[in-house]
Design a binder for this molecule. Structure first.
Ligand code: SAH
Length: 479
């Protein structure tokens, strides 16, 4: 059989099978010790010169005029040199990257053609047709760098995305990425097999996610290596953990950055009734979501069930997030969960949240403390397990006219509470406000006094979840 002729090498015009077409290929260019050329002396050229110098390039800028910003940069940096002339073909020799700032289409084309002749990749600012590459929006945690491109389609969208990613990436990742670079040779020298090497870097990443603000040190690498050796030992299982995470009062915007990060590294999320779907949407897509709500007085899942479930999942090596409404440490039975987990030897962490009282005060625009009116804030729950007004309450403290009291779970017992407070000496016209569904869609406020509020609440058919805020500081100030 005659040999089949070798097909001539041609650029591949269809994407590789299994891979969707991508608009541009992100690559990360090393510029340290290399030369960059900038043509143009205005501010946009100055920003690029600054960026190139920050990436380690020595930058030659050619223009007949330079903006103040450009002159300031050049005087402050040895990496930037200004040349008061137009650049010519010879200037492209030995240059790694060229940026042009052109006032006309013709000038842009001429610059691009010159770069092309010299084989230098070029970008002409705001002229995609004369650019071999584009600059992305940058999230910088060097040596960790993230570039965002919309292929020139929507730079502002790219910048806003950048702002979002900025909030998600702790500054501390800088140190972790640097540590990884420094540890790489040590890990390589161990000659681990592929699986173990991967497990080392997975554990490393998990450590960085869990403790981004802590500076990594050599003992962390030792611990990672020890854990990987144990994990690969026969019969061993990965260590799981539990985080009790405050979800805030309902509006997902009120989650803390830490809470969002915990959700994004969770394997399982156990959530309460008061968690709105928006907060759950922030969890890692692959995370299992389990409702463990205790609705009213018909317990669907007892406290013991929840704690045992968390222990079981953590022992399977899962990262469990126990998502709790408001702040986990306020009327959330966190104490029982923490002691149960600790007794079982499961590592536990708490991420605070915005408690309902803070959210209610924010929407009311009423400070819980006022120098002349309230020097003390007290959070109380006005119902027992049986749904009655508790006896063991410090009624004198609650009747204190110099305090603001915030009553959680107080709707059912509001008439009894009101009568009791008045009997204990609180003036009947003390301001009292009911806030229903603070920070949720359809939030309502019912203004009254400690005497009038119970009836107003019934008339308005107030529903749970709601808070009652009582005290002189809650006096409504009409605008
Ligand atoms: N850990 C929560 C409180 C849990 S107890 C926190 O810190 O907010 C549950 C009670 O909190 C509810 O019965 C209600 O009184 C109050 N609550 C929770 N979310 C609320 C909201 N969005 N608006 C008003 N009250 C709320």
């Amino acid at each position: 059989m005659p040999p089949t002729p070798a097909s001539p090498r041609q650029p591949n015009r269809t994407p590789a099978p299994g891979m969707a077409e991508i608009a541009t290929l992100p690559v990360f260019l090393r510029l340290r010790g290399k030369r960059a050329l900038v043509s143009g002396g205005a501010d946009p050229a100055a920003w690029k010169a600054e960026l190139l110098a920050a990436a380690g390039a020595s930058v030659d800028v050619y223009a007949l005029q330079f903006s103040d910003k450009m002159r300031e940069l050049a005087s402050g940096s040895q990496a930037i040199a200004l040349h008061e002339r137009v650049c010519g073909d010879a200037d492209f020799a030995g240059v790694a990257i060229a940026i042009g700032c052109a006032e006309s289409q013709g000038a842009a084309q001429a610059f691009h053609a010159a770069a092309k002749r010299a084989g230098v990749p070029a970008n002409v600012i705001d002229r995609p047709a004369q650019s071999d590459f584009q600059f992305g929006a940058i999230v910088e945690r060097s040596p960790l760098v993230i570039g965002i491109s919309t292929d020139g389609g929507a730079p502002v969208f790219g910048q806003m995305l950048r702002a979002r990613i900025e909030t998600l990436l702790p500054q501390g990742f800088r140190r972790w990425a640097a540590a990884a670079k420094a540890w790489r040779p040590t890990v390589a020298a161990l000659k681990l097999d592929h699986g173990d090497r991967r497990r080392v870097w997975e554990r490393f990443a998990q450590m960085a996610f869990d403790r981004p603000d802590r500076a990594p040190d050599a003992s962390d690498l030792d611990r990672i290596l020890a854990a990987v050796r144990m994990q690969t030992a026969p019969g061993a299982s990965a260590a799981g953990s539990v985080a009790l995470v405050g979800a805030g009062p309902g509006d997902p915007e009120l989650l803390t950055l830490k809470a969002v990060r915990a959700l994004q590294s969770a394997d399982v999320v156990l959530y309460d009734d008061l968690i709105l779907p928006g907060a759950l949407d922030l969890a890692r897509r692959e995370a299992t979501r389990l409702s463990v709500g205790k609705r009213g007085f018909k317990p669907s899942c007892t406290q013991e069930d929840i704690t045992s479930l968390m222990i079981e999942l953590a022992r399977e090596g899962k990262r469990v997030v126990r998502l709790k409404g408001g702040d986990p440490m306020v009327f959330g039975r966190a104490g029982e969960e923490i002691s149960g987990l600790r007794a079982a030897g499961v590592p536990v962490e708490v991420v605070p949240g915005v408690t309902a009282a803070s959210a209610a005060a924010a929407s009311l625009q009423l400070s819980l403390t006022e120098r002349a009116l309230s020097r003390r804030v007290q959070f109380i729950t006005a119902h027992t397990r049986e749904g009655k007004l508790p006896d063991d309450v410090d009624w004198r403290a609650l009747a204190d006219k110099g305090a603001t009291s915030v009553v959680y779970m107080g709707l059912k017992t509001l008439p009894d509470l009101s009568a009791r407070l008045i009997a204990e000496g609180l003036t009947p016209h003390t301001p009292a406000i009911l806030v229903e569904r603070a920070s949720w869609p359809g939030e309502r406020h019912i203004y009254g006094t400690i005497q009038s509020l119970p009836e107003l609440a019934i008339d308005a058919q107030a529903k749970s979840p709601c808070l009652v805020l009582i005290g002189a500081a809650m006096g409504r100030i009409d605008p």
